[in-house]
Design a protein around this ligand. Sequence first.
Ligand code: NAD
Length: 409
Amino acid sequence: LNVPNNPIIPFIEGDGVGPEIWRSAKAIFDSAIAKAYQGDRKVEWQEVLAGEKSFNHSGSWLPDDTMNAFREYLIGIKGPLTTPVGGGIRSLNVALRQELDLYVCLRPVRWFNGVESPIKHPEKVNMTIFRENTEDIYAGIEWLQGTPEAEKFYQFLSQQMGVKKVRFPQTSSFGVKPVSVDGSERLIRAAINYALDNKLPSVTLVHKGNIMKFTEGGFKQWGYELAEREFASSVFTMQQFDKLKTQQGFAAANAALTAAKSAGKLIIKDVICDAFLQNTLLKPEEYSVIATLNLNGDYVSDQLAAMVGGIGIAPGANINYLTGHAIFEATHGTAPDIAGQDMANPSSLLLSGAMLFDYLGWYEVGQLINSAMEQLFQQGQATVDLARFMSNGNILTTSQFTQAVINHL
Ligand code: NAD
């Protein structure tokens, strides 16, 4: 990206704990930038409204001004938003993603030493999830049983398409799962480019193609074809491995795989989603970059986050690599149960900010934030959600944690 030294970056502080964690994050971001560049660079944070604050202000959950700011300035950051009940909006987050066609949901998952984990070797977890963000059953194309649309769809399936399943009563609700070649390819391309740029060992396509052969199976097949077509000289795929095995036997296939690895080639493989979830608990070191469809990605992201300390410290971003638009966000919700009590953990938003600075190419800022947090967690200094599980835990308020991070930059 071509970034000026004083970029304008719009932010939505968010609902519930949003204002507290944004206050914390902004103070840390500004200190880290000042520390890294001694005044040569500075972000001009511009508040834009969405969610409850916006609704109370203007009657709109997601005003045009907010969308226009994200469109104009390309990059933004947001706290959590309350999902409005009724009013025709399913979710503000989904609306933002769709408006800007942010087709990648990027979730890096790594463990900070000191943070309690439910698995034995959390230090082996180092993955980056590329979740397709616009398609799949998540597209929200569904009809409630008993409505004329559901009835029409039933007639269409049963009469015109000849669908005769054992259990297929007229009183069904229906959902549609669209998965396109283009949508799958742009996601998988982004994952492969990321893995190559960061010199990572593998990209794993996670799917349920054994059951949903044309949608999830298509995702896998198109992924392999794309890898072999567009990245021929820098990858080796397990599809090539299987082909060699059939033609020349296992030893030849294995020799080719070993040669590809020692030549530093990126390995493209695939795994069925349920097996993947099990494997991540048993042998997480086998996975690096993950590319997957929308619904699988949702489950996978939360399980992996839980393995390294929970969504309170899991960062995320929604990105369109073609236009450059990106919104970085805290991945947890508004935590209404603890809002206004100076006890929320700002780490998810902080690490999302670190990703934002990496995206800008301001790598020093992200490094400062990550290493300050690492030092604090090792010393057991954390907000209550994490500190209560640490053997050396010392519970800090949000304000105290913020000051401690700034002191350790
Ligand atoms: P939640 O993530 O708000 O809370 C789940 C639990 O995690 C709560 O016990 C909460 O106290 C805790 N928690 C969450 N964030 C924390 C933090 N930063 N520090 C310490 N503890 C934290 O999920 P929910 O209760 O299911 O949802 C509440 C609201 O948030 C709903 O309106 C929901 O739609 C919305 N939501 C928004 C987003 C988003 O904007 N990205 C994501 C999920 C949920």
